[in-house]
Design a protein around this ligand. Structure first.
Ligand code: MEV
Length: 307
């Protein structure tokens, strides 16, 4: 018997890094997906190769978290790895969705978050929650309207809400540099524990994300663009931007309402909010980087069969 599931990549529109400390953030699913087929087997294999924790940490922990020892996984993905577009969350959600065939969406999101924590260290549940739910989510410290589920680790509780995102043109620009999320998150933790400027930046990013939620509901792209620019300046303060990210942002600025890095940074990708997506894509390509014109609000976890 083969159990199959697929899940989307994502962009963080506002609030990456600050969300790890419990601050508000907004993320949307993309129309790029990862598919996992899980088949019973004596020796666990990943795409035909015997499973090893060092080379396949996310599948390894997905098998252990779901208590599935004797399963092999076949993985197929169109989410570029290391681009800040949620490839590891899409893989974790699709793997847990295929292995935990009776899990509810809340259980998949919770277990896939455990997989990410085991594989990369500190994290928030934003990536795995948006990949499970699809469409778009708002994360904050309060329950309330649109609440999907809540996730607690240590003294932080994240409440995950559905949020509607209007049809907006988003262009992703990939630096081509893959940066591991774990060390970037750890470096922000170090700055946060040492410097009040970093602590203030984290709180201000949360304020921006909360304001962005209000502006999303009215489709105020001009206001959203200037919030993106402010969010980006604060991410620079947190040390997660890079020369390539700066160069991409300079390239898209003349044709964008706003632009910022998305995801962990350190390389990875930027997003531009624009009504001239082709012009922005051209500007990105001209500097030698890779553009993707994206549709936001992709479908969340999809099980191809219910076994
Ligand atoms: C990575 O996509 C987003 C971070 O905020 C880490 C996390 O929330 O797990 C940088």
């Amino acid at each position: 018997m083969t159990y199959s599931a697929s899940a989307p990549g994502k962009v963080i529109l506002f609030g990456e890094h600050a969300v790890v400390f419990g601050e508000p953030a907004i993320a949307a699913a993309l129309d790029l997906r990862t598919r996992v087929d899980a088949t019973e087997s004596d020796t666990p294999r990943i795409n035909g190769v015997p499973l090893r924790q060092e080379t396949n940490p996310y599948p390894y922990h997905a098998l252990s978290v779901t208590g599935s020892r004797s399963m092999s996984l076949t993985i197929d993905s169109d989410v570029p790895p290391g681009a800040g577009l949620g490839s590891s969350a899409a893989l974790s959600v699709a793997a847990v969705g295929a292995l935990g065939k009776d899990y509810s969406d809340a259980e998949v999101a919770e277990s896939a978050f455990s997989v990410e924590l085991l594989a990369q260290g500190r994290a928030s549940p934003i990536d795995t929650s948006v990949s499970t739910h699809g469409r778009a989510i708002y994360v904050d410290r309060n329950g309330g309207s649109g609440l999907l589920w809540s996730v607690r680790r240590g003294d932080v509780t994240w409440h995950i809400h559905h949020v509607d995102v209007p049809a907006m043109d988003i262009v992703v620009g990939f630096t081509g540099i893959s940066a591991a999320t774990g060390p970037l998150v750890e470096n922000v933790r170090r700055l946060h524990s040492k410097y009040s400027t970093a602590r203030n930046a984290v709180v201000e990013i949360g304020t921006i994300a909360a304001e962005a939620r209000r502006r999303l509901s009215t489709g105020d792209v001009v206001g959203l663009g200037s919030l993106m620019d402010r969010n980006q300046k604060l991410l620079v303060t947190l040390g997660v931007s890079s020369r390539e990210i700066g160069s991409l942002i300079d390239a898209v600025r003349p044709y964008s309402y706003g632009a910022k890095l998305t995801g962990a940074g350190g390389g990875g990708s930027i997003i531009s909010l624009t009504d001239r997506p082709e012009r922005v894509a051209e500007a990105i390509a001209k500097r030698g980087f890779t553009p993707f014109i994206c549709k936001l609000g992709g479908e969340g976890l999809r099980r191809e069969n219910d076994g």
